[in-house]
Design a protein around this ligand. Structure first.
Ligand code: GLU
Length: 444
């Protein structure tokens, strides 16, 4: 495989799609040696076929706001690859959403979903609709308008959307209601639903819980434990909430959360009711974290990220490229031992390079945050069987899946000096599964 040639042709075809090109380059670079050991991959042009989505739907989403004004947003669904199962991946509603961001997320989702051991292909979608400051009625009308277009492209065995940034159980409820009305079927189709209409227990917590199960195993592999460790978390949404909850339960101390306005440093630890307060903050739709400081007497550091704190573990839980080279340098200087991306592509390539060259434990998003989509897969299974599992049963399966992902990373990521390159392990394991499926099914 000639990576530079392939990247150049992608850059020409998709100019300026920087997040997408970044995600592709990372995967291709890490799988190159394995790819070259399999001339059959080259012959079937697996890499060239894998980097382009199967298809992209773009549509207009007109809706009426509370003032009676007509608003027009853009909607997308990117069906990337379904070689191992139905397309599966979240919907992101955020003003920054564009084709490049959704393509990077869809591409990552292929490998992440392959790692979960469940039969799910990769897709992603969303809109540049910004839920910040919107009323309940506006959110509902937008979701309904969005689904009026999307419903024709999805289905329980074709493409199964879920949540992501800006899409939680409230939005999933409105989206699902509209789908059910239009399609006249109750087959599940979206995951992350409320319990009353086919949702799974543990799904809201799953991304954060799974992330901590993974980090726990990373530490244990090096003879360490989470007990007594200090953790910096970014974000204050659903993912950060689940991560804080499990980290605290496992004996660690979470000292930060963050928002677009800055970060909170709570020396005493973010535990108990303070964790639940994150949900209250989120529900206000203002997207600011500073009220936490006033309520609990913690420090608020405006316009900065929590990576300048001296902590043992850093867990990005907000968005892509939220931890850069400068942040990585600060964390390393301050003695960080482990970085686990619970957000998708949370670290820049330069930051990752620094962690790996300093032999810091670094877990990439597609392994560390796979617990969310894995539990979505478990929701699909329950829907298909028309039954519900107990919280214990779902949690047990989530545990097993995270252990299996960790084992795959060890298998393909162990370097000759013993260092575990989790990025390489995750990319190679995910890639091999999908590549073999594509090869077996012919040129499509
Ligand atoms: N948006 C989540 C992710 O990035 C969850 C996707 C899903 O549950 O389908 O994996």
């Amino acid at each position: 495989m000639n990576i530079e040639e392939l990247m150049q042709s992608l850059e020409v075809k998709h100019p300026g799609e920087k997040e997408y090109l970044q995600a592709v380059r990372e995967v291709l670079t890490t799988i190159e040696p394995v790819y070259n050991e399999h001339p059959e991959f080259e012959k079937a042009k697996i890499a060239e076929r894998l980097v382009e989505p199967d298809r992209i739907f773009t549509f207009k989403v007109p809706w009426v706001d509370d003032r009676g004004d007509v608003q027009i947003n853009l909607g997308y669904r990117i069906q990337f690859n379904n070689a191992i199962g139905p397309y599966k991946g979240g919907l992101r509603f955020h003003s920054s959403v564009n084709l490049s961001i959704l393509k990077f997320l869809g591409f990552e989702q292929i490998f992440k979903n392959a790692l979960t051991t469940l039969p799910m292909g990769g897709s992603k979608g969303g809109s540049d609709f910004n839920p910040r400051g919107k009323s309940e009625g506006e959110v509902m009308r937008f979701c309904q308008a969005f689904m009026t277009e999307l419903w024709q492209h999805i289905g329980a065995d074709t493409d199964v959307p879920a949540g992501d940034i800006g899409v939680g159980s409230r939005e999933i409820g409105y989206l699902y209601g509209m789908y059910r009305k239009l399609a006249r079927v109750n087959t599940g189709v979206l995951t992350g639903k409320n319990l009353e209409f086919g949702g799974s227990l543990i799904r809201p917590e799953a991304t954060g819980f799974g992330g901590l199960y993974f980090v726990k195993q990373m530490l244990e592999t090096s003879g360490m434990s989470l007990k007594g460790k200090t953790i910096a978390i970014s974000g204050f949404g659903n993912v950060a909430w689940g991560a804080a909850l499990k980290a605290t339960e496992l004996g660690a101390k979470v000292v930060s959360i963050s928002g677009p306005d800055g970060y909170i440093y709570d020396e005493k630890g973010i535990s108990g009711e303070k964790i639940d307060y994150m949900l209250e903050l989120r529900a206000t739709c203002n997207d600011i974290v500073s009220p936490y400081a006033e309520k609990y007497g913690a420090v608020f550091v405006p316009n900065r990220r929590p990576w300048e704190l001296k902590v043992d573990i850093a867990l990005p839980c907000a968005t892509q490229n939220e931890l850069n080279e400068e942040d990585a340098n600060l964390l390393i200087q301050n003695g960080v031992i482990c970085v686990g991306e619970i957000s998708n592509m949370g670290c820049t390539p330069e930051a990752i390079e620094l962690f790996i060259s300093h032999k810091i434990m670094y877990g990439p998003g597609k392994a560390v945050n796979a617990g969310g989509v894995a539990t979505s897969g478990l929701e699909m299974s329950q829907n298909a069987m028309h039954l519900s599992w107990t919280a214990e049963e779902v949690d047990l399966r989530l545990h097993q899946i995270m252990s299996e992902i960790h084992a795959q990373c060890l298998k393909y990521g162990r370097e000759p000096d013993g260092y575990i390159n989790y990025m390489k392990g995750a990319n190679v394991a995910g890639f091999l599964k999908v590549a073999k499926a594509m090869l077996a099914q012919g040129v499509l």
